[in-house]
Write a protein that binds this ligand. Structure first.
Ligand SMILES: [Zn+2]
Length: 504
């Protein structure tokens, strides 16, 4: 059964006429240039992304990559593509890093990976990332991996050694294209074999496909005796199962490029004789005090701690504020600035919702504002479709937020129709950038019980002010501010908005 017959994503509710598909430009790590994106099948994109090795909690360096892929998927859907997104979970015994951690923690292997797989799903959702079409958990596809290794053996691309099965890179002339390694300069065959999952470009050699089990290691039965797969074979086997031999887009963090993706290409293309991935994309690392954030360096901030401290919407905005191919440094003060920026959007949204609930009938000419809206949409689209330039799109968004705010300050007269168009625009763009956090954290909850309670308090404050009981009126304002609600009196009404996210 192919994924397209299993389950389809719910169609998007398009609020505009479906236009001809717009041009999307993608920087391809394989060809090292920006290319016009064209999917294999019109209106459908096969996307495979490399997920977490579940030996620990996800940190915000990972979050940069996974949030980026969430935005890519949402933009493709905005362009009316059906996206079949498969994302793997390396749960593996199969992974040397997990084995190291199992030994260090004393926890049973299965216990540790099950716990961290669950944590991984939870933390992605915490960040407003949509679940992929399917998560493929590596240990559930051992049979597919064995079959692929067998195929490589039969075709002469692999050979059996004492400690396992290896891929013979001298048999695959395209080896090194992605990572920019010239195979002619490698002493292939002579340099021997690499039995580790991770190594550097200098020490490249035949890489392991299947490792024979050592004492006390988890193992699976195979035609070559008990053992476990090498890390790279899982992605080749699982992407083929769900997406076929050639897929449109794949990628991960920049550390996945070599050796993982280079080896995935070799395995898949040697077996199928067809191109494996048409567009490769890689996200730069998040820097933390001048270093890559990683567990081995010991400078990690877990996603759940970061969300507790800054809120998921602020984190998303910060991580997307710089183009994915540029380096980004995590700085406390930048997070604070991002949070204030987000508050300006929340403020404008609350004001727009209040306008709506007041049912203003007056409809002046909103032409100028609507023209600005179309300009904002078009510049944001241009940025997002230019190799997913979220940084530029975010700048455009906040320029427009400022403009709308000035307009609202200057005149209270915007028709409900214009308010609707603005809210729809903010929702469309907000959902791309903030994902599921847009409705959870960014959109005001003016109609919620909390919103209604604030309104009641403000009515009481109005009554007190009319009776010139200013001290008591101010006490209400101070109390609301203390729990995070800002209040501003305009000529005709009182505006309120929430600083930061709602706790619920
Ligand atoms: Zn992978």
């Amino acid at each position: 059964m192919t994924p397209s017959t299993q389950r389809r994503m719910p169609p998007l509710q398009h609020t505009r006429d479906v236009e001809a598909q717009k041009e999307l430009k993608v920087y391809n790590s394989l060809t090292k240039r920006k290319e016009l994106f064209k999917s294999l099948e019109p209106e459908k994109v096969r996307l495979y992304t490399c997920g977490l090795t579940v030996n620990y909690l996800m940190h915000i360096g990972h979050a940069r990559t996974y949030i980026f892929w969430d935005v890519v998927e949402r933009i493709l859907r905005y362009l009316h593509y059906e996206v079949v997104h498969i994302s793997n979970v390396t749960d593996i015994s199969v992974d040397d890093n997990i084995l190291k951690r199992v030994r260090a923690s004393g926890e049973a292997f299965q216990q540790l990976v099950t716990r961290h797989t669950r944590d991984y799903y939870h933390d992605r959702r915490l960040l407003g990332i949509a679940d992929p079409y399917t998560y493929t958990v590596a240990t559930q596809y051992i049979q597919e991996m064995i079959e692929l290794v067998q195929q490589l053996l039969e075709k002469g691309y692999a050979y059996e050694a004492e400690d396992g099965i290896y891929f013979r890179i001298s048999a695959f002339p395209n080896y090194g294209r992605l990572a920019g390694i010239n195979p002619k300069q490698l002493k292939v065959g002579a340099g021997g074999r690499i039995d580790q999952d991770e190594y550097d470009k200098e020490s490249v050699g035949d890489f392991v496909l299947w490792k024979r089990a050592k004492p006390d290691e988890p193992f699976w039965h195979s035609p070559w005796g008990p053992g476990r797969p090498g890390w790279h074979i899982e992605c080749s086997a699982m992407s083929k199962k769900y997406l076929g031999e050639t897929i449109d887009i794949s990628g991960g963090g920049e550390d996945n490029l070599f050796p993982h993706h280079e080896n995935s290409i070799a395995q898949s293309e040697a077996a199928s004789g067809k191109p494996y991935v048409r567009y490769w994309m890689h996200v730069r690392h998040l820097q933390f005090a001048g270093e890559k954030m990683s567990k081995s360096v010991g400078n990690i901030l877990t996603v759940r701690d970061a969300v507790k401290q800054y809120g998921a919407a602020t984190l998303r905005l910060f991580l997307l504020s710089t183009h994915y191919r540029k380096s980004l440094t995590f700085k406390e003060e930048d997070l604070q600035r991002t949070n204030s920026q987000l508050d300006s959007l929340r403020y404008v949204l609350t004001r727009l919702h209040t306008f709506k609930s007041e049912q203003k009938k007056s409809s002046t000419s909103d032409d100028e504002l609507l023209a600005e809206l179309e300009k904002a949409r078009s510049t944001m689209e241009t940025a997002l479709l230019d190799d997913f330039n979220t940084g530029r799109a975010i700048n455009q968004l906040f320029q427009f937020v400022k403009h709308v705010n000035q307009k609202l300050e200057a005149s209270q007269l915007i028709s409900n129709d214009t308010v609707d168009k603005l809210l729809i625009f903010f929702q469309e763009m907000g959902t791309i950038l903030f994902g599921d956090q847009y409705t959870r954290e960014v959109e005001p909850k003016t109609n919620s019980v909390i919103g209604q309670l604030v309104e009641l308090l403000l009515q009481e404050r109005d009554r007190l002010r009319q009776n010139q009981e200013y001290q008591q009126a101010d006490a209400i304002r101070t109390a609301l501010q203390r729990i995070g609600f800002e209040i501003a009196d305009t000529k005709t009404s009182t505006q309120w908005w929430r600083k930061g996210a709602y706790a619920d």
